[in-house]
Design a protein around this ligand. Sequence first.
Ligand SMILES: Nc1ncnc2c1ncn2[C@@H]1O[C@H](COP(=O)(O)OP(=O)(O)O)[C@@H](O)[C@H]1O
Ligand SMILES: [Mg+2]
Length: 265
Amino acid sequence: MVHLVTTLRPETAAALSLTGIGWRVGGRTVLEDIDLAVRDGELLAVIGPNGAGKTSLFNLVTGLTRSSAGRIELHGRDVTTLPAHRRVRHGLGRTFQTSSVLPGMTVAQNAELAAQAAISGPYGSLKPWSRIGARARATAAEALERTRLSADATRRAGSLSHGGKRKLELAILLAGQASRPQQILLLDEPMAGMAVEEVPELTALIREIHASGATILMVEHHMEVVLGLAERIAVLHHGALLACDVPSLITENPTVREAYLGEPL
Ligand SMILES: Nc1ncnc2c1ncn2[C@@H]1O[C@H](COP(=O)(O)OP(=O)(O)O)[C@@H](O)[C@H]1O
Ligand SMILES: [Mg+2]
């Protein structure tokens, strides 16, 4: 008997694919049986009430925590058991829900450290500030330019406004991923704690980063931001994926509306 083996990858492979992902911790199930595929170049927003499991999902994808069940693939490669620093090599980067800049260093140094760490690798980056090279400086300068922070390059990062710090987090992410061709960027509540007037600029920045080719998975509570940016929206509720569809169908979805119990969508 002749067996024909056909391979349909890689043009159909998703940038990020989760199959049957579950996470149990301390005797409770935080995430259960999540199936989600993010297309290459897509901007997908994850919404859901506090405690739904959004940040936990990001932690599993980046490798900060290990899933209890299921499979995680980046561009068709199984990374389920890879540590976080190995997943970064596949273009995966993230920002955190709470600000994570180094406040005592300048804006430029924050971006340069990220760029040099990416160039030096996980072990060479133990003391990257001792030898920031020309390439890292150039990469960092470009990241600051893209996030409109060039004029603030010599300021202490801690002196930036909240919105400025959020832009710097994006710059750090871009500087760290600059050399990777297929970026998958995870943004955990990029608008959290921002002044209303700072929201449009950051929204525009995320749109530009997406337009430059990056795949983006974004947790966000501001629905106007989500509806303005996302190509599809995934809804997490009590650790389960309720729905994943284009924005117009999500806002009309009765199950989603019921889960939010009258909360505006
Ligand atoms: N390390 C942990 N140990 C125990 N419970 C956790 C841990 N991390 C998160 N949780 C719980 O998992 C649930 C989901 O948390 P989280 O992913 O932070 O939600 P979200 O980001 O959607 O607000 C919460 O009830 C939280 O208390
Ligand atoms: Mg969260």
